[in-house]
Every structure is written in structure tokens, then in C-alpha cells.
Design a protein. Structure first.
Length: 341
């Protein structure tokens, strides 16, 4: 099939998206597909540009771009007009964060009548808004740590005493609509809370304070309606931060995790329930903290998880016997069978 891989964009997760996109494009070509790589912030990529991105790996994150994204200015028609994209069967989204993952691009693709991989506008919006998604997880009986979301520094500082009293210390502080742990901190005292608040506000105007759960970090990939093997992440840092996620050797990622069959099945059930509650489709990744008492606390669901060579979903698929090119093919095939919408 002919596939356009959308990547890059202008969000703070641009570098991760580029790394995902070029690796997906290469895998799809290995599977015999005709592939065109498209950086939504800059245009169609040449083979040499893709090769340069492949060679550079995942670069350090940058501030969210101020330049215009060609798709987000309403020019989604480029995907139907451009000579190299005429006859595209499926759009493979390798976008992360910002309007590439919050349902905006998905809405534009729907309007253009294009088939695309992953969740629709509603599912993407629900998963991206962690405050809303945690409410839906709670309603679906999926355990999630207690939290408080505030608007801006003034409200955050005014409610610090209440936040500490209710949630305790240490606390996770993060932007409620971000990804790749950008802007996330673990604050151990009031001084660190103030610094963490400032960091989170660099990414958006709202800030989420979340009860810190100490335990094993585990993750479940979803492919179609199937939960892949549970994986465990053991980071070098106190948290599984950007450096640990995207720099080789900074975390041990064990697939399948060393868990009893009963515990693994329970976590997979919770992951499928989260996937369903947030109206996700095709593929996702759901992250948990497994505390010593046995409760798996759901942290978040990712509608467009990373697809780099160091990403968790491909490793989970590999543990299930699905090679990376086959994983990309299966995802594209799900979209092709579903059609536009």
C-alpha cells in the first residue's frame, strides 16, 4: 500500500516524533510498502534528510516551536494534492504531543476523508488531557493516583498547603497535557514544589500535582484489541525521565516483566479497560506503577506512543513475537480496513 508517514510537527516532542517517523518509514519500506515521509512543520522529506535523522537518533528536546505547521494552518489538502502523495492509502501518524496528538490533526484528516492509523479525535483528546482521562479511568474502576490540577502559578501557590495536606510528599508535578515526561518533576519538599511548578508552567498554563506512588514501573502495549506482554522499566534516574527514555543504556526495559501470571493478567485487564474507557483504537500504551501491596496504579495512556528503536511498544511487540516491520504493517492494515473516519 502507499503510506504517508507524518512526523516532526512543532511541539516540544518534535525530536522524538522525527526519530519515530523515520524508523517507521524504514520499517514499512522493508515490508514492501511505498512510503513518503512528511515533516508537518517543514514539508516532504528527501531520502538524505531521512537518513540524517536516522543517524542522529533522538536529539535533546526543544521549546515548542513558534513556526506554523502546514497541516494546522488548514492546508491538509497537501496530502491529496502533492504529486508524491497522490493515491495515498493510509496516513501513518508518528506525531507526538501538541496538536499532533490532541485530536486536531485527526480532525483535519477526517475532514479530508483520509484513512489514518491510531485513535480518532475524541480518543486522542481524552488521552492527552490527563486531568479528564484520570476521571474516566476512575469511573472505569481503573486505579489511578489521586491528583489536583491548578491553573497558573497564582492558584498553584495559593493551594500548596491544601495540595500537600491531601496528597502528601513527595509529589509528582507535571503539565497535564504533555508527553515524554517533558516538564515533569518529583518534588520532595515545598522548595522543590516551587521549582517544579515553574518548570511545568514552561510547557502549559495548567499544572497537575499527583500523589507519588513508589513501586515498579510497568507498561502494557495494546495492538488492536490485544494486550501485549507486560514490560518493566528500571531507570538509572529516580524517575523514567526524557534522558532515560531516549538515551540508550539509561534504563533497563524487561519484556516480559518478572511477574506472576495472575498479576500480569490483572495489569493487562486494566490496560484494556483504560484503552476502552478513553475510546482509543489500533494501538496505544498504558503505563502503571505496581506498588508492593499489589495494586497497579494507572498513570496515563498514550494514544500515539513512541515508535523509535528504543521505544516500549515495539519492545512489547517483539516479546510477543512481532518484529518491528510487522508491527508497523499491522497498524497500517488496521487503518486500511477501517477506512476514513
Amino acid at each position: 500500500m502507499k503510506i504517508a508517514v507524518l512526523m516532526g510537527g512543532v511541539s516540544g516532542e518534535r525530536e522524538v516524533s522525527l526519530a519515530s517517523g523515520v524508523q517507521v518509514a524504514r520499517a514499512l519500506r522493508e515490508g514492501g510498502h511505498e512510503v513518503v515521509g512528511v515533516d508537518t512543520g517543514r514539508g516532504i522529506l528527501s531520502s538524505s534528510q531521512e537518513a540524517e535523522i536516522l543517524d542522529s537518533g533522538v536529539r535533546e528536546p526543544r521549546a515548542q516551536g513558534q513556526e506554523e505547521d502546514m497541516l494546522l494552518t488548514g492546508d491538509v489538502g497537501i496530502l491529496t494534492r502533492h504529486p508524491r502523495l497522490v493515491g495515498t492509502d493510509v496516513v501513518f501518524l508518528a506525531l507526538h504531543g501538541g496538536r499532533g496528538e490532541d485530536g486536531t490533526v485527526q480532525t483535519l484528516l477526517n475532514v479530508a476523508g483520509l484513512s489514518f492509523v491510531g485513535s480518532g479525535p475524541v480518543g486522542c483528546a481524552l488521552a492527552m488531557d490527563k486531568d479528564l482521562s484520570k476521571k474516566l479511568l476512575r469511573d472505569a474502576s481503573v486505579p489511578t493516583p489521586d491528583w489536583i490540577t491548578v491553573l497558573g502559578r497564582e492558584e498553584g501557590e495559593a493551594r500548596l498547603e491544601e495540595i500537600i495536606s491531601r496528597l502528601g510528599l513527595p509529589l509528582i508535578v507535571k503539565p497535564p497535557s504533555g508527553g515524554s515526561t517533558l516538564g515533569l518533576s518529583l518534588a520532595h519538599d515545598e522548595g522543590e514544589l516551587s521549582v517544579a511548578l515553574d518548570l511545568a508552567l514552561q510547557y502549559e498554563g495548567e499544572v497537575m500535582f499527583e500523589r507519588y506512588v513508589q513501586g515498579r514501573e510497568v507498561t502494557v502495549g495494546i495492538l488492536g484489541q490485544e494486550a501485549l506482554p507486560v514490560g518493566e522499566i528500571i531507570p538509572d534516574h529516580e524517575l523514567f525521565d526524557y534522558e532515560c527514555k531516549y538515551h540508550p543504556g539509561m534504563a533497563r526495559e524487561i519484556f516480559p516483566a518478572d511477574l506472576s501470571g495472575e498479576v500480569a493478567a490483572q495489569i493487562q485487564d486494566h490496560a484494556l479497560a483504560a484503552h476502552k474507557a478513553l475510546r482509543l483504537r489500533d494501538f496505544s500504551r498504558v503505563d502503571f506503577i505496581l506498588e508492593p501491596g499489589g495494586t497497579a496504579w494507572c498513570l496515563e495512556a498514550n494514544a500515539l506512543p513512541g515508535m523509535t528503536g528504543n521505544s516500549l511498544l515495539p519492545k512489547a511487540a517483539q516479546a510477543a513475537g512481532i518484529a518491528f516491520p510487522d508491527l508497523c504493517h499491522r497498524i497500517a492494515e488496521l487503518a486500511l480496513r477501517r477506512g476514513a473516519g
